[in-house]
Design a protein around this ligand. Structure first.
Ligand SMILES: [Zn+2]
Length: 55
């Protein structure tokens, strides 16, 4: 099962146990993607969260 990355258009493979609202990462462009729907598999850019990356 795969869906299209809305950022770069590449195919992103979804895990077999993927669930809605799961966050995936595009292997090509590295953006975080949220699983919006599973039938058909649909991805959207995940909302950016302010995470502390320890700058
Ligand atoms: Zn991408």
């Amino acid at each position: 099962m795969s869906a299209e990355c809305p950022e770069c258009g590449s195919k992103v493979e979804l895990p077999e146990d993927a669930v809605e609202n799961e966050i995936l990462e595009c292997a090509l462009c590295g953006v975080e993607l949220e699983v919006i729907s599973l039938s058909p598999p649909t991805l959207e850019l995940a909302p950016e969260e302010k995470e502390d990356w320890g700058e």
